[in-house]
Design a binder for this molecule. Structure first.
Ligand SMILES: C[S@@+](CC[C@H](N)C(=O)[O-])C[C@H]1O[C@@H](n2cnc3c(N)ncnc32)[C@H](O)[C@@H]1O
Ligand code: SF4
Length: 377
């Protein structure tokens, strides 16, 4: 169903359809209709918000062409910049602009502030589990009735089992199931891969029991291209959703990868797996083609409000390193964007230079909404 399943890197939250298993026989038409009606009933307020926003965004952005600033549908909250790993491609562990973490109490206040403005919350970092108060933050988000997605490297999950009871959906990063390769990519201590794989399987069992999706996000890099096949097999074997994108370099799409025959072969394999439905893969087929073949797209970064640990909200986006305002000073995302637009101008036409799932999804949300909707039907 559309608009809640977890996604890949900094993804938007789209409703869960992830818990369905591909290998089960197709349900009958009447069963599907009943499930659809139940789904709409369950997500009535969320869906009406999505459609209302879609209509208003279409009018302002596509019909009147007044602006490219769209209303936020979801908040991506970088709760910390700290991390226990050191993935060689990562730009988020040491971002160009560091911000101090707000206290637990203020962080919870911030969640209460944004709750009337967005229904879903994507918790990322740095490594969210580095925050000792993550359970308190997630419990507050649960109480506020956020649809909360946690994106983690998963290494510490065995020491923090309670977090699994406080979230709606889980995304764990996994670039390789090969111990040697994983340790090299993440610069982690020996034994980390085994611990992580055990944690992923345990989290999978736990969340599946309560029909919540688990996605494994794989970053494709020239140094570990062939490891992606192993991650896909692991997802297939254990019924996880697979999500992927190429590793950006300095926040930019690595265009030279397109000329690499091993990358081309891998992309065809991923697209074919999507076509044949032999694996649950995040995004529609067309969206995946945009992400993996680096097709031009229009980015609408405000669809996902990017919030740093101190409450700073980025405008138009994190790679441009410009802060639009701070939620502790201006408690309205709309107001922050309106002021930032006056100060920095409208969203620039960068022709989509960072092919992350979330950015491409923003293009689809504005230009190909029904392609997304069909994927989640
Ligand atoms: C920045 S991390 C934060 C959450 C957590 N520490 C983790 O690794 O899952 C979120 C996601 O961004 C991905 N990522 C980091 N740097 C990236 C880059 N340069 N290009 C594409 N994805 C990247 C990571 O692999 C991870 O899946
Ligand atoms: S675990 Fe996440 S935050 Fe840490 S270095 Fe890797 S990608 Fe970056």
């Amino acid at each position: 169903m559309f608009f809640r399943a977890a996604t890949g890197y900094n993804g938007i939250s789209f409703p869960d359809r992830g818990s369905q298993t591909l290998r089960t026989p197709a349900p009958s038409a009447s069963h599907r209709l009943k499930a659809l009606v139940a789904y709409f009933r369950r997500n009535r307020s969320f869906l009406s918000r999505v459609f209302r926003q879609y209509a208003s965004n279409t009018l302002r952005v596509r019909v009147l062409k007044r602006t490219r600033v769209v209303e936020p549908l979801s908040a991506v909250f970088y709760v910390t910049h700290r991390c226990n790993l050191a993935c060689h491609y990562c730009t988020q562990k040491y971002p160009d602009v560091l911000s101090r973490e707000a206290s637990t109490e203020r962080t919870i206040d911030l969640l209460a502030t944004i709750r009337p403005q967005v229904g879903s919350l994507y918790i990322t970092g740095g490594e969210p589990l580095c925050r000792h108060d993550l359970e308190e933050i997630l419990a507050a988000a649960q109480k506020l009735r956020f649809f909360t997605i946690l994106h983690t490297n998963g290494v510490e999950l065995d020491r923090r089992p309670r977090v699994l009871d406080l979230i709606s959906s889980l995304v764990i990063s996994l670039d390789s199931v090969n111990e040697d390769h994983f340790d090299k990519v993440t610069h982690s201590a020996p034994g980390t891969t085994r611990r992580l794989l055990a944690n992923i399987l345990a989290a999978g069992r736990h969340l599946r029991d309560t029909h919540r999706p688990v996605t494994l996000n794989c970053v494709i890099g020239a140094t570990h291209l062939d490891d992606v096949y192993g991650v896909m097999d692991f997802c297939r074997q254990h019924d996880f959703i697979f999500s992927c994108c190429a590793a950006l370099q300095n926040d930019l799409t690595p265009y030279p990868l397109l000329a690499n025959p091993r990358y081309q072969k891998l992309v065809e394999h991923i697209l074919e797996s999507k076509r044949r439905k032999s694996l649950k893969i995040n995004g529609s087929l067309e969206e995946l083609e945009y992400i993996l073949k680096f097709r031009d797209f229009n980015c609408y970064p405000t669809l996902l409000a990017r919030i740093y640990p101190n409450g700073d909200v980025y405008y138009p986006c994190v790679p441009l390193k410009t802060v639009g305002g701070n939620l502790f000073e201006t408690p309205s995302l709309q107001e922050i964007y309106a002021r930032a637009r006056r100060k920095f101008g409208d969203i620039p036409d960068c022709r989509g230079r960072c092919h992350l799932y979330s950015n491409v999804t923003s293009h689809f949300y504005v230009h190909k909404f029904w392609n997304l909707a069909a994927e989640y039907k």
